[in-house]
Design a protein around this ligand. Structure first.
Ligand code: FAD
Ligand code: MLT
Ligand code: ZN
Length: 490
């Protein structure tokens, strides 16, 4: 034991002194007062230990650091904004590892407004990318509650979703090319900005959603879109989830591709967000469900409020809605969207919150919710069950907020969380759904991935992992655990 400890401390010293030569002293954090925030996830559910945090400023530095770690047998945990929901960027504690945080690799290298594309480094914060694109007259459409902190490398590596997937797709649909440092330190330059390229396997797809297990994304070529010049937001109360799905169809058919977002919250969820902000509700809280929707377009020859009124009139006749509020200006629209974007924060404050991230075919959302609601409420007495998410993607987050006083130990909370996750995942998979729509597997769902994925799926995944990273140095213990890698050996 003592020998092992002294070996780790010797490896750490060698790492720090060699890494300092690569990044300079500013690129390495080793003191607990500097590293603590990097070792824990946003929800404060997972915590690990690493020998140090390295902060490279160039792709070449990333490559040299990866080679260094490899030579010392140290695992590498890629990290960007550390807003991930499944513990994927948190170090594991069972082997020496280093966090390679890309935040300082954050330049926007090139914007091509004719080609509608941008090349941006992995540490660029989403809000910065959106603002820079806007100044160039373009839209980068990815938008989620963590917009001010999450970074391109994390968005690519989780294949993030958010509120605009309905119109523009998830991160996979927005990536044209990637630059990646492979687990052996080689730099792969796949930064093409082409819309068409069938010259062999589409290798970038392997890294999108790989959660840092196959390499480190250092830059991405991304699609841009025309900046909407005209937009409107409405909040609508609806009697049921079926009505919300029918309303979405009415909007999609009636608004000619202008539906930018269509998000839902259950009454309890909205009440909790309002309580968090100490705000009064924009409308009476008499319905079980609330939809927030945005219409937007770059053409000026239409009036969003007129279009809202037309569609909502039909919806009222068909009894799809109870009530509606149309934001009269952009400040009021922002206020409505703030309610949506702060649900995770509000839920975390309320109790020990476990947000599921399943998707089912849109036609099965209502039966899915009916089934999980009954089972969860039957099983957990001291917990609130909320629903929020992306109707157009079939991705409704089932959020269970456990009362911290009742579930008063980590063990009780984790046991309850595991059981709740299983109930939700089982219902989703039974309805041809997925256990993760946008947050990924990380640490959180490793056991369930093994349970719910077929052996053929798992074997192919293990083979890909081994082909890229035979020594399992790149974010080990994430997505595929050691047991799965061994079980599906060759
Ligand atoms: P991190 O958390 O740092 O990392 C995430 C994963 O990617 C980890 O596995 C990490 O190892 C890996 N990784 C990071 N950088 C790299 C890299 N350069 N190369 C290789 N691997 C890397 N997610 C959604 O999809 N939709 C939402 O609507 C949404 N809303 C959110 C709201 C809030 C308030 C919060 C806190 C989070 C939300 N998220 C949402 C989750 C999170 O913001 C996304 O998963 C985001 O993509 C993570 O980006 P990040 O930069 O924080 O990545
Ligand atoms: C969201 O849609 O707000 C997120 O994915 C975050 C969550 O599930 O908590
Ligand atoms: Zn979401």
């Amino acid at each position: 034991m003592l020998k092992a400890m002294s070996e780790i401390s010797e490896t750490r010293q060698r790492l720090i002194s060699a890494a300092t030569k690569i990044t300079g002293t500013k690129g390495i954090l080793a003191h607990p007062s500097e590293t603590a925030g990097y070792f824990m996830d946003w929800r404060r559910r997972y915590k690990g230990e690493a020998l140090a945090v390295v902060l490279p400023t160039s792709t070449e530095q990333v490559s040299e650091l990866v080679r260094l770690c490899r030579s010392l047998g140290i695992a590498v945990v890629p990290q960007a904004g550390n807003t991930g929901m499944t513990g994927g960027a948190v170090p594991i504690s069972d082997r020496p590892c280093v966090i390679l945080n890309v935040s300082k690799l954050n330049r926007i290298r090139e914007i091509d407004t004719l080609n509608n594309s941008v090349i941006v480094e992995a540490g660029c914060i989403l809000a910065t990318l959106r603002e820079t694109s806007e100044r160039a007259g373009k839209l980068f459409p990815m938008l989620l509650g963590s917009v001010g902190s999450c970074q391109v490398g994390g968005l690519v590596s989780t294949n993030a979703g958010g509120i605009n997937v309905l119109r523009y797709g998830n991160m996979r649909d927005l990536v044209l090319g990637l630059e990646v440092v492979l687990p052996d330190g080689q730099i792969w330059n796949g930064l093409k900005v082409l819309r068409k390229d069938n010259s062999g396997y589409d290798l970038k797809q392997l890294f999108i959603g790989a959660e840092g297990t196959l390499g480190i994304v250092t830059a991405a070529a991304l699609k841009l879109f025309p900046q909407p010049t005209n937009s409107g937001t409405a909040m609508v109360s609806v009697p049921s989830i079926e009505a919300a799905v029918d309303l979405l169809r009415l909007f999609s058919d009636g608004a000619g591709g202008k539906v930018e977002a269509f998000e839902i919250m259950s009454k309890g969820q909205l009440e909790n967000v309002l309580a968090h902000h100490q705000e009064s509700s924009p409308m009476p809280l008499c319905s079980p469900w609330y939809v927030l929707t945005e219409l937007a377009d770059s053409s000026t020859s239409w009036d969003p409020n007129e279009l809202f009124e037309q569609i909502l009139e039909v919806a009222l006749e068909r009894e799809l809605i109870h009530d509606a509020v149309i934001a009269s200006d952009s400040k009021k629209a922002e206020r409505l969207w703030r309610l949506r974007h702060t649900i995770s924060e509000a839920n975390m404050r309320k109790g020990f919150s476990v947000a599921n991230d399943t998707s089912v075919p849109i036609s099965k959302i209502s039966v899915f919710i009916e089934q999980v609601d009954e089972r969860l409420k039957h099983e957990f007495k001291a917990a609130e069950v909320y629903y929020a998410g992306h109707v157009g993607d079939g991705n409704i987050h089932v959020i269970i907020v456990f009362d911290r006083a009742f579930y008063d130990t980590d063990e009780k909370r984790e046991t309850a969380a595991a059981r709740a996750n299983f109930i939700v995942h089982e219902a989703s998979v039974d309805l041809d759904g997925s256990i993760s729509a946008e947050h990924g597997i990380g640490l959180m769902h490793i056991a369930e991935l093994e349970h719910f994925k077929s052996a053929v799926d798992l074997r192919m995944m293990a083979q890909i992992k081994r082909a890229f990273d035979p020594d399992n140095l790149m974010n080990p213990g994430k997505v595929l655990g050691a047991a799965a890698l061994m079980r599906f050996e060759a």
